[in-house]
Write a protein that binds this ligand. Structure first.
Ligand code: GDP
Length: 443
């Protein structure tokens, strides 16, 4: 996401870098590029104009800090303005109010409403809620089935809607059923059409009146760019939405929707969808996204991701094992699998400040994913006993393992050697035996 924009903006700043001071002409030249970059990312033209004017006024105005070079100053201003453009403070769903928490999901067909309902149900459960799902799209039987299946997958109760029922009645009755089931958060997955149309808007207004939801989340497909913004405006006019869920941000969306929706509708993006899986959703943090766009990385998200994959107790247990040189191939494989759950190696590296640009300079660099998959295949071919006690691995066993994973004995040997070197390094780093650090092995 935002890759092109990120490249273009970095290029724009290079024009200003190295100048002794900011003046009308060098700021104009840099901002011309910023303007083009934003337009190319499909940001609403009015929003672009406002943004560029604002940055120019600030860059040439008084808020020029001593100690920063002109390039850094402009980057700082652009960063702050980007945060504003993306919505300012992070806006989540307010979970502190009355129960049940009622969330109405609205948006066009195919925008990702049903998938996002499931994702938000999981998020609510993580916040301590007992969610309840309501299929309120009676026009497409497949839509009801889709939500029912999804609810089954995540083990969340779902209202038994049928296509003969009236959507407003469904929602009204669902509130009673949710209470009976002891649920305290209700998600209404409403109908979508290919285009905005009046009967649909009336139906949605009827549901809003009957259910008085605390949140009306408009679900927008980020890939549709400015169209998403226009549709958001129509929904907002009729329903006064409370926020936006921007889906498909994992695709090659240029970023225009994310960067325009707040300015145009006044409503913030609350969640972003980053894939088809029900765990592929993040809260939207304008400051972190602005940093990512400007190639400054996003360490906070990286830490949070790591925290979800590795719990503290487990990490401590592993650390102890490393210290005592008891870390075995089974532990190694467990950690490798957790690492994979964090997402692509490239995506993770980009969250480290400065890494985005570095990866670009390296060009088409091979990510270690393939190597990790080979390593895992070798470990998978071992028995649990062998993984726990790598010392058991004699010639006969190595041959069997190599055959099992379709590789050579040399590959198995290489893995064992690397593992042994790594264990030594870990033991030293964790404060085990004192001595010179051996060279870190390459995996
Ligand atoms: P609805 O018609 O609005 O309910 O949309 P669906 O939830 O059925 O989603 C439409 C399609 O988009 C499905 O194929 C989903 O798997 C896919 N989808 C939804 N959200 C995302 C996302 O964040 N990323 C990607 N890549 N696909 C998504």
């Amino acid at each position: 996401m935002f890759d092109n924009l990120s490249d273009r903006l970095t290029g724009a700043f290079q024009k200003i870098r190295g100048q002794k001071r900011l003046d009308e002409s060098n700021v104009q030249a840099g901002l011309r590029e910023v303007r083009l970059a934003l337009l190319e990312a499909d940001v609403n033209f009015k929003v672009v104009k406002q943004f560029v004017d604002q940055v120019r006024d600030r860059a040439l105005g008084e808020d020029v800090l001593k100690g920063l070079d002109p390039g850094q100053q402009v980057v700082k201003i652009v960063h702050e303005e980007l945060v504003e453009l993306l919505g300012g403070e992070q806006q989540g769903v307010d979970t502190s109010g009355a129960r049940p928490l009622k969330i109405m999901m609205v948006g066009l067909q195919g925008s990702g409403k049903t998938t996002s309902s499931g994702k938000i149900a999981i998020w609510l459960r993580d916040q301590g809620f007992k969610p309840y799902l309501v299929p309120a799209d009676v026009y497409r039987p497949a839509a009801i089935d889709q939500l029912v299946t999804l609810a089954g997958q995540i083990d969340v109760p779902v209202y038994p809607s049928t296509t003969e029922m009236n959507p407003v009645d469904i929602c009204r009755d669902a509130m009673e059923k949710a209470a009976e089931a002891g649920c305290d958060a209700i998600l209404f997955d409403t109908a979508g059409r290919l285009h905005v149309d009046e009967p649909l808007m009336q139906e949605l207004a009827g549901i809003k009146e009957a259910c008085t939801p605390q949140e009306i989340l408009f679900v927008a497909d980020a890939m549709t760019g400015q169209d998403a913004v226009t549709v958001a405006e129509s929904f907002n006019e009729r329903l006064d939405i409370s926020g936006v869920v921007l889906t498909k941000m994992d695709g090659d969306a240029r970023g225009g929707a994310a960067l325009s929706i707040k300015s145009v509708t006044g409503k913030s993006v609350k969640f972003v969808g980053l894939g088809e899986k029900l765990t592929d959703m993040e809260l939207f943090h304008p400051d972190r996204v602005a940093s990512r766009i400007l190639g400054m990385g996003d360490v906070l998200t990286l830490i949070e991701k790591a925290q979800t994959a590795f719990d503290e107790e487990d990490a401590e247990r592993m650390a102890k094992k490393m210290q005592k040189a008891q870390f075995d191939l089974e532990d190694f494989r467990t950690n490798m699998r957790r690492l994979k759950k964090l997402g692509s190696m490239e995506g993770l590296l980009k969250m480290i400040p400065g890494m985005g640009g570095m990866l670009k300079q390296l060009g088409d660099v091979q990510m270690p994913e393939k190597e990790l998959a080979r390593t895992e295949a070798i470990i998978n071919s071992m028995t649990l006993q062998e993984r726990r006690q790598p010392k058991l691995l004699n010639a006969g066993r190595k041959e069997r393992i190599a055959r099992g994973c379709g590789m050579q004995v040399a590959d198995v040997n290489k893995l064992i050697k690397h593992f042994e070197q790594m264990s030594k390094v870990m033991q030293k780093m964790m404060g085990g035996k004192k001595g010179k650090l051996p060279k870190m092995p390459k995996l």
